[in-house]
Structures are given as structure tokens and as C-alpha cells.
Design a protein around this ligand. Structure first.
Ligand SMILES: Cc1ncc(COP(=O)(O)O)c(C=O)c1O
Length: 380
């Protein structure tokens, strides 16, 4: 669905690492990659990590999320942000998706904070659980930004930290500002299927120097001294290697072309499916410029989960790498004890959503074949 595109300086830069022996977690390419991402997103700092999940884990720690705190997170998302919340001993509170734009619903974020919580001693307390609500973790899914202004407004009102999971949306813009530069701290992923890839990898970005320094410290085993093995805290081995960063630098050089290709792929799908009653097209919010990471459509309103499963199977049987949207998180076994607030839309989106091949290198001929098979399968 999203095959890596390795046609730039990746081989040369990786060779430079191998030739110079700078293969591990320090090196010029790590610095260059951090600089390139910070510069692109417009934040003062960037800290490279082994994965997007590790980035989320550390972002929550440096933002001061404590065991037994609560963090609002969308139920319609890949599972990593919810897991990262549990890694720090905090609890997710699952928020529904918007019916039209599929992202975390700001109206429900506000509804939860206003109606389900009370202020006490300078903190916001969830009336049901008695726990402190500490942060909001919006996830910009599928290459499209969340509606951030109302989320940031309510976060500000209740003094909550906003941690963006921008792993799927590097390069997307909300009101002409890059995602990752909207909250106080944000995370990206460079997993193999992402817009740019380092094989595996992630990045924390922030304007907060103290947080960036602490993220660097925690990701390097909380090493206090460059020579003596003195550690005053428990740290993590979460740094990206120079080899991976070399690939990242080469990928960043091509990001604008990658976005252009993804946008073209989305246009072609849109034109092919416009007017087809059985398909709801992927929406774009007017004040945003998405990067169309993964083009996704919905089957019609009356289709069931079984219809959608059949449809994905039919496409897969014909060699089309289609996938469903993620199972909603609030009703997965690890989250049975977590609170879910007024979830209605997320489940239906999961039941109806299908992501289609969206690789940067997808040829127009292959895309047309994919469209033909989708249309023929709809008529079955
Ligand atoms: C929304 C979201 N958050 C976090 C991650 C985790 O990133 P990684 O796979 O690099 O750990 C991913 C994807 O992989 C994701 O899609």
C-alpha cells in the first residue's frame, strides 16, 4: 500500500556511514536529519528516536505525564499512541472521530472536559475515575490534519498539554502551519510505510529547549557523564542510528516530490470514484493541505463490517494491497478498563473504511488497474 521509494542519495549516504565506520547512534547524519526535520516543520528542536512509538513514549515523559494521569486520545487511530500512554502508567480516555473528517472530534473533546471533569486544586479531575487529566494527544490520521484550533483553545483553557501524533502526516498543513508545530510537542514516524522512511525511526519535535534536552537524555540511557557510567535516572536505548539517519537525510531531500506524487494519486482516485454512490470519498478540510499519506474511502452507509471484510478480501485476492481502517481502540482487550466518551462515529468508520494503494511509486497504469478492480468488485 505504501512501498518505500529509494531513488535519491540513500545508497551514497549509507555508504558514507559504512566507509567511515560511523554506523551507530551518533554521527553527522543524525545531526543533519534532526536539523532537516526541525527546519522543515519549523520547530526549534528535533530529537531522533528508534521509532515513532518511542518518540511518543518520551514525549509523554518529558511533557510530565505521570502514572495515573489521563490523556485524551482518538479511538480511531493506530494503537501506538494509546500504548505509549500506558507505558508511562497513565490512562487513555478515548474520544470519538468526527463523522465527516474522521479525525479526533474537538466538540467531543470539549464536551468531555466541560461535562465530565471538575477543577480541583489547580488540576482538572475526571469525575468518573477521580484521575487528573493532563494532556490531549490528537492523531493526524492518514495524512490529514486534525481541526486543531478548537483543540488548542480548550487545552489552553484547562491548562492541558497538547502532544501531536503527526506520525502519518509529515508535511501536512493546518491553516498554513505544519502539523508537528501546532501543539507543545509532536512526534513523527519513519517506519517503512510512512511518507519518508529510515526503515524504522521516529522524531520528537518541540520549541521547548528543556524538553528537547531531556528527550535527548532519556533516549540515551539517561547518561550523565560522557565517560563515567553514571546514570541518575532510568533511561532508554531509543536513539536512531547514523545509518538510518543517513537514509532519512536522503529521503528528506525528496519529500516535496513524494507529496506531489501522493497528491496526484489522491486526485486520480477522486476523479475515478466521484459520483459512485457506493463510495464516500476521502474528505479534505478546507483550511488544510493534506499530504494524502494513505488514500481511504468508505463503503456505503448500509454496508456492514462483513461487507467490508469481504471487499478487502476480494481486492487482496486480485493482488490489490487494500487494508481496513484500524479497529477502534476503546473496544480492544487491552483497553477494556479505559474510559470511552460518546463513541458513535469511530466504529462505523472502522466498519466501512478501506485504504487503497498509495505508494509514491504507484504507476498510473497500476492505479488504473486498481480502480477498475475496485469498481468491478463494487458491482459484484
Ligand atoms: C498514528 C500512529 N502513531 C504511531 C505510530 C508508530 O510509529 P512506529 O511504527 O514508528 O513506532 C504509527 C505507525 O506506525 C501510527 O500510524
Amino acid at each position: 500500500m505504501c512501498v518505500p521509494e529509494i531513488r535519491g542519495n540513500e545508497w551514497d549516504y549509507v555508504k558514507e556511514c559504512l566507509d567511515s565506520n560511523w554506523v551507530s547512534s551518533v554521527g553527522a547524519f543524525v545531526d543533519r536529519f534532526e536539523g532537516a526535520v526541525a527546519n522543515y516543520v519549523g520547530t526549534k528542536h528535533a530529537v531522533a528516536t528508534v521509532s515513532g512509538t518511542a518518540a511518543l513514549h518520551i514525549a509523554l515523559l518529558v511533557a510530565g505525564v505521570q502514572p495515573n494521569d489521563e490523556v485524551l486520545v482518538p479511538t480511531l487511530s493506530f494503537i501506538a499512541p494509546a500504548n505509549a500512554i500506558r507505558y508511562v502508567g497513565a490512562w487513555p480516555v478515548f474520544i470519538d472521530a468526527e463523522p465527516i473528517h474522521w479525525q479526533m472530534d474537538p466538540v467531543k473533546v470539549q464536551g468531555f472536559l466541560e461535562n465530565e471533569c471538575r477543577s480541583q486544586g489547580g488540576s482538572l479531575i475526571n469525575r468518573t475515575t477521580g484521575r487528573r487529566v493532563k494532556a490531549i494527544l490528537p492523531v493526524h490520521i492518514l495524512g490529514h490534519p486534525c481541526n486543531m484550533d478548537p483543540i488548542l483553545e480548550v487545552a489552553d483553557r484547562y491548562e492541558l498539554i497538547t502532544i501531536e501524533d503527526a506520525t502519518e502526516s509529515l508535511g501536512a498543513q493546518y491553516k498554513k502551519r505544519m502539523v508537528g508545530n501546532l501543539g507543545q510537542i509532536a512526534c513523527f514516524s519513519f517506519n517503512g510505510n510512512k511518507l519518508i522512511t529510515t526503515g524504522g525511526g521516529g522524531m520528537i519535535v518541540t520549541d521547548n529547549q528543556a524538553w528537547a534536552e531531556r528527550a535527548r537524555y532519556l533516549t540515551t540511557q539517561a547518561k550523565d557523564d560522557p565517560i563515567e557510567y553514571f546514570h541518575s535516572e532510568i533511561g532508554y536505548n531509543y536513539r536512531l542510528t547514523n545509518i538510518q539517519a543517513a537514509m532519512g537525510v536522503a529521503q528528506m531531500e525528496q519529500i516535496e516530490n513524494f507529496i506531489k506524487r501522493k497528491t496526484k494519486i489522491a486526485r486520480i482516485y477522486e476523479e475515478a470514484f466521484r459520483g459512485i454512490e457506493a463510495i464516500t470519498l476521502m474528505p479534505t478540510r478546507t483550511c488544510t493541505t493534506p499530504v494524502h499519506w494513505l488514500y481511504t474511502v468508505l463503503l456505503d452507509e448500509v454496508s456492514t463490517l462483513e461487507d467490508r471484510k469481504d471487499f478487502v478480501r476480494t481486492l487482496n485476492d486480485q493482488g490489490i494491497g487494500a487494508r481496513p481502517l484500524w479497529h477502534t481502540l476503546h473496544d480492544l482487550p487491552p483497553y477494556a478498563d479505559s474510559q470511552a466518551f460518546q463513541i458513535e462515529n469511530g466504529i462505523r468508520l472502522y466498519e466501512r473504511g478501506i485504504s487503497l494503494p498509495s505508494s509514491v511509486g504507484l504507476s498510473e497504469q497500476d492505479q488504473q488497474q486498481c480502480i477498475n478492480i475496485v469498481l468491478a468488485s463494487l458491482r459484484r
